[in-house]
Design a protein around this ligand. Structure first.
Ligand code: MRU
Length: 346
């Protein structure tokens, strides 16, 4: 499996996810600004991968600062972090990773600036390796919900490409297969950015995991025909009450799952919980460019001058969520209590 993101020879290297699956091009970021640009343009995307990229970006930013004492160093770092934090609004892992890096700097304030920079690089690498082990733990919990013979529907890409590796929702699928279960995946193409068609279909095929691609509008057809046993998706931010922000179209999938008595599971690390928010109404929804809606593969599909909307995420209310799979265990309703318990285990 291709590495989504790594730190090599002082640069942050990531696979350009805007070009997959037709081209495998790696982008090298040498500055925090280049990492911010990669996040904004979705060269790297998916909540946990955004968090890892942000941590590495902060390390690059720290390396570029010349300061003779901690206060000078931290003031410059905070300025860079504020800018990086604006690259995408919905996935809370961005702010989570930046805050963790800032806290490490504060906790190491007695170190000389040169050693602080080394400490921040170590932390970024820890965040990367931790992400993979978190996904594997989540997979182990999640696979207990899957039975041999099941067809699992997923939306967007919550796989190795959306994380440092293994994936959240696709981690549950990988762990199920690892446990000897014979399962198949139905992947929604996920208009307009096509993460399902371009990324999920690609990475599952690379791993020889049986996958069938459908358009988003087909998923109700397959659910009604009893060809879906469970839904597993990822999340970009989860409010304290269990409302889920995830890729646009997730809400529609959850409503259809409820209508057809199909369990709807969300797999996400504790770093995706935002318990400071009482409900999903408070989660900022990113509005992306109209160009991503009217063009497919640089070919215009809609009349010039047409008015377009492009909310990139939607909120699935907690009443439609059967359970939330985290690395600390499976949270079930009432989520206000079970999510708090997951966060406290950390
Ligand atoms: O806009 P994206 O591609 O960054 O959105 C990604 C998603 O919505 C994923 O489903 C979510 O981040 C979970 S990824 C493990």
């Amino acid at each position: 499996m291709i590495k989504t993101i790594e730190y090599v020879d002082g640069v942050v290297r990531m696979i350009d996810q805007t070009l997959l699956p037709s081209e495998k091009v790696f982008v090298d970021c040498k500055t925090i600004e280049e990492v911010g640009h990669a996040i904004k343009t979705m060269i790297i995307r998916g909540a946990p991968a955004i968090g890892v990229a942000a941590a590495m970006g902060v390390s690059l930013g720290a390396d570029s600062i010349s300061a003779s004492n901690f206060d000078e160093f931290f003031a410059a770092l905070e300025k860079q972090c504020d800018q990086l934090g604006k690259s995408r609004p919905t996935a809370v892992n961005l702010a989570w990773a930046i805050n963790r890096m800032k806290q490490v700097a504060k906790d190491s304030k007695n170190l000389p600036v040169s050693e602080l920079k080394v400490r921040l690089k170590e932390e970024a690498l820890t965040i990367l390796t931790e992400d993979i082990s978190i996904n594997k733990a989540m997979g182990q919990h999640g696979q207990t919900l899957v039975e041999s013979g099941n067809v699992v529907l997923t939306h967007c890409n919550a796989g190795a490409l959306a994380t440092a590796g293994y994936g959240t929702a696709l981690g549950v699928i990988r762990a199920s297969i690892g446990a000897g279960k014979n399962i198949r995946v139905l992947a929604n193409e996920t208009r307009p950015f096509l993460q399902g068609a371009r990324l999920t279909a690609w990475e599952l095929k690379e791993d020889n995991i049986p996958v069938k691609l459908i358009t988003d509008s087909m998923c109700g057809f397959f659910m009604k025909n009893k060809e879906v046993d469970l839904v597993v998706v990822g999340a970009d931010r989860i409010a304290g009450n269990g409302d889920i922000a995830n890729k646009i179209g997730t809400y529609m999938v959850a409503v259809l799952a409820k209508e057809n008595n199909i369990p709807f599971y969300v797999a996400a690390p504790v770093s995706t919980l935002d318990l400071s928010l009482a409900s999903g109404d408070e989660i900022p929804i990113e509005e992306r460019s109209a160009e991503e809606v009217v063009n497919i593969n640089n070919k215009r599909m809609a009349p010039e001058g047409i008015e377009v909307a492009h909310p990139a995420f939607d909120i699935t209310p907690n009443k439609l969520v059967t359970a939330i799979i985290t690395e600390e265990g499976i949270a079930r309703p009432p989520f206000t209590e079970s999510l708090k318990a997951m966060a406290q285990k950390k």
